[in-house]
Design a protein around this ligand. Structure first.
Ligand code: FCB
Length: 476
């Protein structure tokens, strides 16, 4: 007889949340003074997104936020991570705030608090005001100062009722996909701009964290969300280990080096020396970037598998969020990316929950004692309603179960993981893939915008309410 599985239970204080971002769900792009962000411009440029999809309406969360909060409350979620649209709050990316824009977020936060759902605010989830890109974007130093001003405005407006703050979401994607491979806004393909953008995003984080703390109650926490990669070498050969090390620097060390330890990895400087002398790192920057953090957010979907490129191969292409003839990785033509083994999601991303465990334990070692949150994790599948109108998504349930069980294992092994935010609450605009890829626990009919919780939403809701993972085959 098989042994009955022991139930996977979490600490009672564990936070069970869901995550979204502004451009992916809000719509209402021309309302209440909002101006275009780089994602409006990019999505409206022919050929940049699947089917020419854009976020003009998205899932109309701007008008339906009350229903969406009610959905979360009905499921029993304890936290909601959302982002603020910078150009709704500061249409030109500088100067005074537009109160109507801020009022939307005040109403949203009040609604969440009334339903006992903890808000977690991300200040920047990739939607730079277009005017700031016109002035040079993230490769320009001034953008970091503009971000600090914006952070202060939002901190002043919401700091009295939002305790959890995240400065940046996945700066790797902003820099490497926005300025390297060009599959994300603003669609530039300039290797040096990628590295300059990375430094200025780091600086923005540091200045932004300081600005938030200068205006907010001391009880509030400041973090950032990294999509730090679990980079695995194809073999233990020295050349493959060196390839993995190089990608680890470019994916992870370039951000966590200065942010957590106050220094860029020397090996990153060496690897990129032929492209840049890094003279945009000015005196004092590293101290500014290395602000004390209250927590670290980790976003995880799939690991990376790399090797040294043989003489007949050139150039890595894999970047997860789209394909381009331009590599996102500067100075890494000698590295090859491989499809990791195993099943894949509809994104083509291989499913490997142990990658999440490895990632958590890595940061537990890098920054012992720093609380960790999984600020994104989830999967896209080709979900369709049954004739009875229900949406069954057993693959997503299996994905969530597998990953949450690894989070639990990491906690048992001593990691201080305080919460988990499922990506995503709702099906939404998945960047270059438009509405083709459905990541939601809640299904959205894009004709009527009607919401239907999938079976995974019920499964996850039960986990949130009980603190214990239901079996994968429990029927909802
Ligand atoms: C992350 C992004 C999020 C979504 C998921 C699938 O990289 O932060 O907006 O696109 O991937």
């Amino acid at each position: 007889m098989p042994e009955p599985m022991s139930p996977v239970s979490f600490p009672s204080t564990f936070l069970w949340g869901a995550a979204t971002s502004a451009y992916q769900i809000e719509g209402a792009v021309r309302e209440d003074g909002r101006t275009p962000s780089i994602w409006d411009t990019f999505a409206h440029t022919p050929g940049k997104t699947a089917g020419g999809d854009h976020g003009d309406v998205a899932v109309d969360h701007y008008h339906r936020y009350r229903d969406d909060v009610a959905l979360m409350s009905g499921l029993g979620l304890g936290a909601y991570r959302f982002s603020i649209s910078w150009s709704r709050v500061q249409p030109t990316g500088r100067g005074p705030a537009v109160q109507r824009g801020l009022d939307f977020y005040r109403r949203l936060v009040d609604e969440l608090l009334a339903k006992d759902i903890k808000p977690a605010v991300t200040l920047y989830h990739w939607d730079l005001p277009q005017e700031l890109e016109d002035a040079g974007g993230w490769p320009e130093r001034d953008t970091a100062y503009r971000f600090a001003e914006y952070a202060q405005i939002v901190g002043e407006a919401l700091g009295d009722r939002v305790e959890q703050w995240i400065t940046l979401n996945e700066p790797w994607c902003s820099a490497f996909l926005g300025y390297g491979s060009g599959v994300h806004a603003p669609g530039r393909t300039e290797p040096v701009a990628t590295l300059r953008a990375s430094h200025h995003l780091n600086l923005a984080h540091g200045l932004g964290a300081k600005a938030l703390r200068s205006v907010m109650p001391a009880r509030n926490t400041v973090a950032l969300s990294l999509n730090s990669s679990t980079v695995r070498p194809l073999t233990q050969d020295a050349a493959d280990l060196a390839a993995a090390r190089k990608i680890d620097d470019l994916a992870n060390g370039i951000f966590h080096g200065p942010i957590l330890h106050g220094a860029y990895p020397e090996s990153l400087f060496t690897a990129t020396r032929q492209l840049t002398d890094w003279s945009y790192v000015q005196d004092g920057d590293l101290a500014t970037i290395n602000q004390p953090l209250d927590a670290l957010g980790l976003n995880y979907y799939t690991p990376a598998l790399v090797s040294a490129a043989g003489p007949d191969h050139s150039g890595p292409r894999a970047d997860g969020h789209g394909t381009s003839e331009h590599s996102p990785w500067p100075a890494a033509d000698d590295v090859l990316f491989h499809q990791p083994p195993g099943d894949r999601t509809a994104m083509g991303w291989s499913i490997d929950p142990t990658g999440l465990y490895d990632l958590i334990m890595r940061y537990e070692r890098e920054v012992p004692g720093l609380p960790l949150y999984i600020t994104e994790n989830g999967a896209a599948y080709d979900d369709k309603p049954d004739p009875d109108g229900r949406v069954h998504d057993p693959e997503r349930i299996a994905y969530l179960h597998g990953h949450l069980a690894e989070v639990r294992r990491a906690i048992a092994d001593g990691a201080d993981v305080r919460g988990y935010f499922l990506w995503s609450l709702l099906d939404n605009f998945e960047w270059a893939y438009g509405y083709e890829k459905r990541f939601g626990a809640v299904y959205v009919d894009y004709t009527t915008l009607e919401r239907t919780p999938k079976s995974s939403a019920h499964w996850y809701g039960k986990a949130a309410r009980t603190g214990t993972l239901p079996e994968v085959d429990e029927v909802f």
